[in-house]
Design a protein around this ligand. Structure first.
Ligand code: PEP
Ligand code: MN
Length: 336
C-alpha cells in the first residue's frame, strides 16, 4: 500500500499517522520528492482500513500495490536510486561501464587489464575469484588469492572492484570489495540474499538463467527486506530455444525493469551472447534502450583465457566499444 501525502503536510499529523500505521505492524518507507511525499507500507496491510487514512487532511490518495515486490517498486520510490560503489555512482543519469576479465588469472593479468580499461573510460573493474563453472573439471578460479590480486589491482588502478560470491562462508573475504556480485546461478539462493541484505555492501544481482522479471525483483526484495537498498540489477541473457548465441539478450527487460523498479539496471552483453563480435552492437542497443551501464569481459589475450575467451574483448576492441557509446547516450530512452 502507498499513502501519497498532500504538498507540505503538517509534520505533527504525519508523525501521528506513521505511529498509528506502525502500531498496525507494518514497516514504513518514506520517499520525499520535490512536491510529494510517499509513505510505502510493507508487511500485512490487509487489516488496515483505507477509508480511515483517506479521510485525513494530509492525505492526497491511498493505493494498494498489487505487485508482490514492494521495496523495489517504482511506485514506492518514484525517483531513481543511485548506487555508490567506492568513488563510483550508478543510476540516476550516471552511466557506468564495468570491465575486466571473466576470471582473475595472475597479478600481471588483472592489474594490466585494470589500467587498460581505466584508460578507455571504465569506471569499475570486474574479475571472478570464485567461478561458477558448469564442469567441476574446469578452472574454478583463484579463490582467496584471486581476491587479494583484485585488491592489488584496485590499488594500482584506483578502480573500485566487483567480484562474485558463491558461498556465505566466504563473506569475510569480501570486506574490502566495493560491490558483491550474485551470479545468475545464485539469483534464488535466498539464504545468501538474506545475509547480503544485512550488509551495507552494494550488490550486483544478475538475472537467473530462466527467471522472469518478477522473480528477479522478488530476489531484489529479499536483499531490500534486510535493509540494503544498494542494488544494481543485471540483465545477462536468458535461456531460449536459440542455440546460435550462448543466451538470448532480453533487451525489452531494460525499459520494462526501469518502469517496474527505481534501481539501476545494467546489461552484460558478454554472457548474453557468448560471442565477442556481438558485444559491441548489443552494448550500443542496451545503451539506447536506457540501461544505466554495462558489464563487459575484457582479456589481454582472449584466445588463451582460462574462462570465457570467445566472448572476451581485447583492450583495443573495448576502446572501440567505448567510442561507439558516446554518440548514443544523449539520445537513450528514458522511462519518464
Ligand atoms: C560472470 O559474470 O562471470 C558470470 C559467471 O556471470 P553469470 O552469473 O551471469 O553467468
Ligand atoms: Mn564469464
Amino acid at each position: 500500500m502507498i499513502v501519497i501525502l498532500k504538498d507540505k503536510p503538517d509534520t505533527k499529523q504525519v508523525d501521528n499517522l506513521m505511529q498509528w500505521l506502525k502500531s498496525m505492524g507494518v514497516q514504513i518507507h518514506e520517499s520525499k520528492g520535490e512536491s510529494t511525499t510517499i509513505l510505502g507500507l510493507v508487511g500485512d496491510t490487509t487489516g488496515i482500513d483505507i477509508s480511515l487514512i483517506q479521510a485525513l487532511d494530509i492525505v492526497e490518495d491511498v493505493k494498494r500495490i498489487q505487485e508482490p515486490y514492494k521495496n523495489a517498486n517504482r511506485k514506492f520510490h518514484p525517483a531513481d536510486t543511485v548506487v555508490e560503489a567506492g568513488s563510483v555512482k550508478i543510476g540516476g543519469g550516471n552511466f557506468q561501464v564495468i570491465a575486466g576479465p571473466c576470471s582473475v588469472e595472475s597479478a600481471e593479468q588483472i592489474s594490466g587489464i585494470a589500467l587498460l580499461v581505466k584508460k578507455s573510460g571504465a569506471g569499475m573493474l570486474r574479475g571472478g575469484a570464485f567461478k561458477p563453472r558448469t564442469s567441476p573439471y574446469s578452472f574454478q578460479g583463484m579463490r582467496d588469492e584471486g581476491i587479494k590480486l583484485l585488491l592489488e589491482a584496485k590499488n594500482t588502478s584506483g578502480l573500485p572492484i566487483v567480484t562474485e560470491i558463491m558461498d556465505l562462508s566466504h563473506l569475510p573475504l569480501f570486506e574490502e570489495v566495493d560491490m558483491i556480485q550474485v551470479g545468475a546461478r545464485n539469483m534464488q539462493n535466498f539464504e545468501l540474499l538474506k545475509e547480503l541484505g544485512r550488509t551495507q555492501k552494494p550488490i550486483l544481482l544478475k538475472r537467473g538463467l530462466s527467471s522472469t522479471l518478477e522473480e528477479l525483483l522478488m530476489s531484489v526484495e529479499y536483499i531490500m527486506a534486510g535493509g540494503n537498498s544498494q542494488i544494481v540489477i543485471c540483465e545477462r541473457g536468458i535461456r531460449t530455444f536459440e542455440t546460435a548465441t550462448r543466451n538470448t539478450l532480453d533487451l525489452s527487460a531494460i525499459p520494462l525493469l526501469k518502469t517496474m523498479t527505481h534501481l539501476p539496471v545494467v546489461v552484460d552483453p558478454s554472457h548474453a551472447t557468448g560471442i565477442s563480435k556481438l558485444v559491441k552492437p548489443m552494448s550500443m542497443a542496451a545503451a539506447a534502450a536506457g540501461a544505466d551501464g554495462l558489464i563487459i569481459e575484457v582479456h589481454n589475450d582472449p584466445s588463451h583465457a582460462l574462462c570465457d575467451g570467445p566472448q572476451s574483448l581485447t583492450p583495443e576492441a573495448f576502446q572501440e566499444l567505448m567510442d561507439s557509446l558516446a554518440p548514443i547516450l544523449p539520445h537513450a530512452f528514458r522511462w519518464q
